[in-house]
Design a protein around this ligand. Structure first.
Ligand code: ASP
Length: 350
């Protein structure tokens, strides 16, 4: 993994320096992913290596960018996002906060792999300390493919980041002409170019041919309104699933390993197999934070009161999927939010 940060500035055409200097200045931070992937031939959209094309090359195939923004480019990492690490999250979030604190940066675009994009986006949504736009984008087809989707997604992401109406909306994901909130967006297809949805609530808006339109607003707190911070210490939180015939072995092993929290991807409305529920109850009695989410993919998990939550000290993840619930639980534990009552308030708030 290359986490070294290199940077450069993509110059505008310079024929009209005055007009160019009036353009917003957008930092493009590249982290790898399929958008930076390359295969041996253009018809191959699955057997490729992610994260091998550099940020300069990604930008060079989208000359229209120079009419939209003055681009400051940085190669923050070159990873397949399936291998995203907590250390890289720290590096990325800290770099974004540093850039956005500068007067001469108006917004940030992050190019990322699709696999864990929804986790990184939600993490940034809760830890970026600025109301300037932060927009993540990605691609389902490698840069080398026929009809690669990365260049248009990158153009649209910069368009959204440079748009005045994107300010204060929290972290956004621009993908396949849609604009999603980082809180709601999830990857819903293993191969389709339209791979991201915001189940139940829908996208925030759309971007096409330079036009940006928001159709709704995020109401839960984020960025400047969130109480969380990026550090380099991450409370150990893992995810387990409930399914037919599941045993308590995984939960017991995690507790023995010293986890601070466990998110359970429950069935239906966050229901849990009796064997795992007993293991989680035992874990909760030892001070491990237990959050019930659902493996279903849409809908929310209601608190079940006397059935488990009130009695056993469990917390409901609401409409967060297990992966986003883990992000919030790590951040909450890092700022000292312990105990099921305080944690439930956190999940009800964010
Ligand atoms: N494995 C790739 C990644 O997440 C998939 C992609 O970007 O579409 O980096």
């Amino acid at each position: 993994m290359n986490t070294s940060t290199s940077s450069s500035t993509m110059s505008t055409t310079a024929s009209d320096a005055t007009a160019a200097s009036a353009l917003p200045r957008i930092a493009v931070l590249a982290t790898g992913g399929t958008i930076a992937g390359a295969a041996a031939d253009a018809t191959n959209t699955s057997g490729y290596q992610a994260g091998v094309v550099g940020v300069e090359q990604l930008l060079s195939v989208v000359p229209a960018l120079s009419a939209l923004a003055r681009i400051h480019a940085e190669q923050v990492a070159s990873v397949d996002s399936k291998d995203m690490t907590l250390a890289l999250w720290t590096t990325l979030a800290q770099r974004i906060n540093t850039l956005l604190a500068a007067d001469d940066i108006d917004g940030v675009v992050v190019t990322h792999g699709t696999d864990t994009l929804e986790e990184t986006a939600y993490l940034l949504h809760l830890t970026v300390k600025s109301d300037k736009p932060v927009v993540l984008t990605a691609a389902m087809r490698p840069a080398s493919a026929l009809s690669a989707d990365g260049p248009l997604n990158l153009l649209n992401a910069v368009t959204v980041a440079a748009h005045a109406n994107s300010r204060g909306q929290g972290v956004l994901v621009a993908f396949n002409n849609k604009i999603h909130s980082a809180r709601d967006v999830v990857k819903t297809s293993t191969y389709a170019v339209d791979a991201f949805q915001s189940p139940e609530v829908g996208a925030l808006g759309w971007v096409q041919d330079g036009r940006v339109e928001f159709q709704r607003q995020v109401v839960r707190p984020h960025t400047l309104g969130a109480e969380f911070f990026i550090g380099d210490k991450w409370p150990h939180v893992e995810i387990v699933a409930s399914y037919a015939g599941v045993s308590r072995i995984a939960v017991d092993a995690l507790v023995a390993a010293g986890v601070r929290g466990i998110v359970v991807a429950g069935t239906g409305n966050g229901s849990i197999h009796a064997s795992v529920q007993q293991a989680l109850a035992d874990a909760a009695s030892q001070g491990v934070a237990i959050v019930r989410s659902s493996r279903v993919g849409s809908g929310h998990v209601m608190r079940n009161g006397a059935a488990a939550d009130d009695v056993l000290g469990f917390v409901s993840a609401g409409s967060l999927n297990p992966y986003k619930a883990r992000v919030l639980l790590m951040l909450a534990l890092a700022v000292g939010g312990t105990g099921p009552v305080a944690l439930q308030k956190t999940f009800d708030t964010y």
